[in-house]
Design a protein around this ligand. Structure first.
Ligand SMILES: [Fe+2]
Ligand SMILES: [Fe+2]
Length: 222
């Protein structure tokens, strides 16, 4: 599932000095020193406009993954001991990996997270727990609504980056595409587990998706 190795186009210049290269040319040995620095998925921004665009992208994605984690935490608080618990836990575990990746990207590139994280902390948990109180079907309906919104959001980012410069943003595109595929799987899991059986499914789905759109809008800006 999480199969991407972020190893391409690695800039070795900061760990292999000219002196080391001369040394190696003499002894013909390959330098074995390894970097402990994680590979960044960002190109170095060319100007403030590009920097702003990249920061907005990862800030809102980080907020989304953070919110998703809180939703699954809320679902698990209610349904963790039920038969659906392991299924929810499986999806939550993937969300934890998504969030960890965006945490790394934010730290490596000194991007500030949205100031609204405390709000998403509470709102996500309340949304997850309250829909789970309607039963397994309610939790799955919430999952379908949220995961559809997140995958559509990722798709729009993919389109925008592809239009700008697919080669320049290869690494970032890989991350977003991989996570988009996971979110689509979560969406399908929700549908396969009776999401549409909850009373008022369409109303609930539309209300949650409206909330997701608002959350995406503000998390890019605040
Ligand atoms: Fe995710
Ligand atoms: Fe997901």
């Amino acid at each position: 599932m999480h199969r991407t190795a972020y190893t391409a186009f690695y800039d070795w210049s900061h760990i292999i000095s000219p002196a080391m290269i001369r040394q190696c040319l003499k002894c013909r040995a390959v330098p074995l020193q390894q970097s402990t620095r994680a590979y960044s998925v960002f190109p170095t921004p060319l100007d403030s406009e590009e920097k702003e665009m990249l920061h907005r992208i990862v800030r809102v994605d980080h907020a989304g993954e953070y919110g998703a984690n809180r939703i699954y935490a809320g679902q698990m608080a209610v349904l963790g001991r039920s038969k659906t618990g392991p299924l929810i836990q499986e999806m939550w575990d993937q969300e934890k990996k998504h969030l960890q990746k965006f945490n790394e990207i934010l730290a490596e590139n000194r991007v500030r997270p949205t100031a609204l994280l405390p709000l998403w902390n509470i709102a996500g948990f309340v949304l997850g727990a309250s829909t789970a109180l309607l039963g397994k079907e309610g939790a799955m309906a919430c999952t379908v609504a949220v995961e559809e919104s997140i995958s559509e959001h990722y798709n729009s980012q993919i389109r925008a980056l592809m239009e700008k410069d697919p080669e320049r943003y290869t690494e970032l595109l890989q991350v977003i595409k991989e996570f988009r595929d996971d979110e689509l799987e979560h969406h399908d899991t929700g549908l396969e587990h009776d999401a549409e059986m909850v009373p008022g499914y369409w109303l609930m789905k539309n209300a949650i998706q409206l909330g997701c759109k608002a959350a995406i809008y503000v998390s890019q800006r605040v």
